[in-house]
Write a protein that binds this ligand. Structure first.
Ligand code: LMR
Length: 332
């Protein structure tokens, strides 16, 4: 009796941690979970991936997409991936802190001049290497998916860095983002994405930093009367799976999936900026929030206040990684 109980428990544990191996004749199931809405760069990317897999690997692979934290939220998604409960995620690059410090290069405030510079960095060898930076934990980076640059929103107008002093800002779980808000005398508060709207609405936090697509799709503008077009940092994603799952698939299936990932990545990264522009225009037209555009001098004041964070995290991230990112700001 005792033995059979133990055997059943071992079998259950194996089942929970095993990759989604297909039973004979059944398709391999890829559960792709994420925390944003369908009508966002990541949401659309996940649906396009599902569609192309459905067309090209029918009967062999089936993709199930779970948007809006419906299957797992950002606090649990990495563990769910490692436990084999989901097979694909695309967390923001700020959410890998626990597995590698190197990706925090993307969090450094005002590091990249614009989205084109971020894209150039993502195309370079250093970023290719960063896709493998979590190999020791079994995490396998497939691609970078763009969303866009972050804007500061708040219950008061943020023109000078001093305007942020004393306000609580929601942040993603990243020590660099914490330091960024500390640098302007604000109070960073780590909260899951699913709680941001509610926390802004009930006043737990008074501000946040998001790309336009996340502000609009979560209706954050309805509870943030001021949005400063600061473009102060990046919010892009890494499409990840586990090496255990990815390598468990037959070579031909994996190759086809990799081709699809490449195609979807190109589409997401081509369309992300336009989606953010669309959502910016919608927010402006809605009249919910006053848009604050910074003069070059005003933006420079924010930059100077936040830039010491680079030095603080240089040893953690790696001076070579930061240097590689900085060189892309120079157009070739
Ligand atoms: C956030 O938590 O603000 C973002 O990572 C959400 C997302 O996935 O865009």
């Amino acid at each position: 009796m005792y033995k059979s109980c133990v055997a059943a428990m071992v079998a259950a544990l194996y089942w929970l941690s095993a990759p989604a191996m297909a039973a004979e004749g059944e398709p391999i199931v890829i559960k792709f979970a994420h925390v944003v809405a369908d009508d966002t760069p990541k949401g659309k990317g996940a649906l396009l991936f599902q569609k192309l897999v459905g067309e090209r690997l029918a009967g062999k692979v089936k993709v199930e997409v779970y948007p809006n934290s419906t299957l797992v939220g950002d606090a649990d998604e990495m563990q769910a991936l490692l436990d084999g409960k989901v097979q694909m995620l695309a967390p923001s690059l700020s959410k890998f802190d626990k597995y590698t410090k190197k990706l925090q290069v993307f969090d450094l405030p005002f590091l990249f001049d614009d989205e084109a510079a971020v894209q150039r960095f993502q195309n370079r060898e250093m970023s290719r290497e960063l896709l493998r930076s979590m190999a020791d934990s079994g995490i396998y980076g497939l691609a970078y998916w763009n969303n866009g640059l972050k804007q500061l929103s708040a219950t008061r107008a943020l023109v000078k860095p001093e305007d942020a002093a004393g306000l609580a800002f929601r942040i993603q779980p990243s020590t660099v983002l914490e330091a960024q808000f500390d640098a302007v005398g604000a109070k960073p508060v780590r909260l899951p994405f699913a709680d941001v709207y509610k926390s802004l609405q009930n006043g737990v936090v008074q501000g946040a930093e998001n790309p336009w697509s996340n502000i609009a799709s979560q209706k954050m503008n309805t509870v943030q009367p001021f949005i400063t077009e600061s473009n102060h940092g990046v919010l892009n994603y890494m499409l990840v799976t586990t090496s255990k799952f990815w390598m468990s698939m037959p070579f031909a299936v994996r190759s086809e999936l990799e081709g699809i990932v490449l195609e979807v990545t190109q589409t997401v990264n081509k369309e992300a900026a336009a989606l953010n522009q669309r959502d910016r225009d919608r927010i402006v037209a809605s009249g919910t929030s006053k848009l604050i555009t910074l003069t070059p001098e005003q933006r420079q004041a924010w930059r100077e206040q936040m830039m010491p964070v680079w030095k603080t995290y240089e040893a953690d991230i790696g001076a070579d990684v930061i240097r590689a990112a900085l060189t892309v700001n120079r157009k070739r």
